[in-house]
Design a protein around this ligand. Structure first.
Ligand code: GLN
Length: 523
């Protein structure tokens, strides 16, 4: 039986009550090189399979006194490890110990000043009166049985509490958000000093345990296939597989005809020559472009590309015959932790929790077992891992690229000619961004080809050609985004190069819409 990451590394368990900040708690702890794992608040402790070094109860939108409020499994107290309740989490601790929680007269949202009352307390070591971030409507109206006050704020007399004898803490504010200026210190105090978790969560250590885990899981003879895209996640996952089982891992890159310029050739060079990955490149561009003929609806385009991909991938996978005469047993998936969080985060008593299905049909038909080496990692951890695995810097820091590729950047019908125009314009644009040293300041940039014609004049001749729209955004999470404020001279240069070098384009515009109301991609 291969060991779970949480069995190998000291782990802080974060029980999620549905706060929009829950994943940030996990994030912060990982930044201190402490492994933390988030699970829904309904997790049964007896079914955990590993013992946490400490437990954090997150905030949440519910009221502990409401009939359908979520409650934690009381077995957390039998673990005999430190517990920290944050906001709803603290109210839950109070509810369990005397039920003194009620609706406050006014909601408290935003900054407040923390007054540390018990300066000897480990939780507040190195923390003095500082700004903390509040977001609550309920409050404690008495001390829970067996607890004492360790911090106050003007509006919250029970801003910080601790059990008299046990290492059980509650705080009303959110230490995980950056507005709580000493929040990181507090989480660090809890995890390192109070829980005594070892700070050994590093990507160096991860490689070692993960390679071993993959070997144990796959066994001495079984073989694995996986799709690669040329992006960072699938490249890192493939390199890890190759480290673990060598050529028994087969990577497949499907050229769908809507990849970026020279993408298939570049990926082949980077993965095969650079990283020794056993890769086959399949040129299926005709098949994709044929299926896309006459289709203009963005959703239909996405669906066609998705279905064609599964079809091509399955067909190619069938051709791969393992050396021992058996069948391929595993499918590699580059699932990251945010996808996992999305599927496990607590959505409330009335809603079923969404299951994660990246490849749906693929698995059902092929009867393959999933292998997901990155499922514990955040994106920046994947990038760090990529650098350690020797993947080149530009690939590791590449902007995200959508699965349907240029098909959703050619608005309207996707033809070979239209893809060629969009691809060339995009190449020039990205080249100029790199030359200007802006690539890493921008979260995502690309060119779109619009299905409209516009009048122009070139060499005294009237032209009547299409329009390229440039997009560049800055964002931390892709949920909201702002457009990037290029210098005018930069835009001028790119526009002039595109009109001069790309046949079929007479005009260039720059998209100055944020998300929301617009999305990052045009389709
Ligand atoms: N719903 C609870 C309240 O309003 C908890 C809020 C929270 O955890 N952020 O007080």
């Amino acid at each position: 039986m291969s060991k779970q990451v949480s069995n190998v590394f000291d782990t802080i368990l974060v029980l999620d009550f549905g706060s929009q900040y829950s994943h940030l708690i996990t994030r912060r702890l990982r930044e201190f090189n402490i492994y933390a794992e988030m699970l829904p608040c309904t997790q049964k402790i007896s079914e955990l399979g590993w013992k946490p070094k400490g437990v954090i109860l997150s905030g949440g939108p519910y009221s502990v006194y409401a009939e359908d409020a979520p409650h934690v499994d009381h077995d957390i107290f039998k673990l005999n490890v430190p517990i920290l309740g944050i906001c709803y989490g603290m109210q839950e601790l109070a509810w369990i110990n005397g039920k003194q929680v009620h609706r406050g007269e006014k909601r408290e949202y935003g900054p407040a000043t923390l007054h540390v009352e018990d300066k000897e307390n480990d939780l507040f070591k190195g923390i003095d009166n500082s700004t903390v971030w509040m977001s609550h409507g309920d409050k404690l109206n008495g001390l829970p049985t067996g607890f004492k006050i360790i911090a106050t704020s003007d509006n919250s007399p029970y801003c910080g509490i601790k059990h008299e004898t046990e290492q059980i803490y509650g705080i009303q504010f959110h230490p995980e958000v950056t507005h709580s200026t000493m929040g990181k210190q507090l989480l660090r105090n809890f995890a390192i000093d109070i829980c005594q978790a070892e700070t050994n969560w590093t990507m160096e250590n991860f490689i070692e345990t993960e390679v071993q885990r993959i070997r144990d899981l796959v066994g001495p003879t079984a073989e694995v296939i996986g799709a690669v895209s040329g992006g960072v996640d699938s490249t890192v996952a493939s390199k890890l597989m190759t480290e673990a089982i060598g050529d028994r891992f087969h990577a497949i890159l499907v050229d769908n005809g809507v990849l970026r310029q020279d993408e298939a050739a570049n990926a082949k060079k980077a993965l095969v020559d650079g990283l020794g990955i056993n890769l086959s490149v399949i040129d299926a561009s005709d098949e994709f472009l044929d299926n896309l003929k006459g289709v203009t609806d963005p959703e239909k385009k996405r669906k066609i590309i998705g279905h064609t991909f599964i079809h091509v991938f399955e067909r190619e996978a069938e051709k791969i015959k393992p050396k021992d005469g058996s069948k391929i047993e595993f499918l590699l998936q580059g699932t990251l932790y945010p996808d996992v969080i999305e599927s496990i985060s607590f959505k409330g008593p009335s809603q079923t929790i969404k299951t994660h299905h990246n490849v749906g049909g693929l698995l059902d038909d092929m009867k393959l077992k999933l292998i997901e080496p990155l499922r514990e990692l955040f994106k920046d951890e994947v990038r760090h891992l990529g650098e350690l695995l020797g993947i080149n810097h530009d690939l590791v820091w590449r902007h995200p690229f959508p699965g349907p590729g240029i098909a959703i950047r050619v608005l309207g019908e996707v033809t070979r000619e239209q893809v060629a125009i969009a691809r060339k314009a995009d190449f020039i644009y990205i080249e100029e961004i790199r030359k200007a040293g802006l690539y890493n300041q921008i979260s995502q940039a690309f060119a779109c080809l619009l299905p409209v014609k516009s009048v122009g004049v070139m060499g005294d001749q009237r032209t009547y050609e299409q329009v390229i729209a440039l997009r560049a955004i800055e964002t931390t999470d892709f949920m909201t985004a702002d457009w990037f404020p290029f210098e005018h001279s930069f835009l001028k240069k790119v526009a002039s190069r595109i009109v001069n070098e790309v046949d079929g384009v007479a005009r260039v515009t720059y998209d100055i819409t944020s998300k929301p109301p617009a999305t990052v991609e045009w389709e």
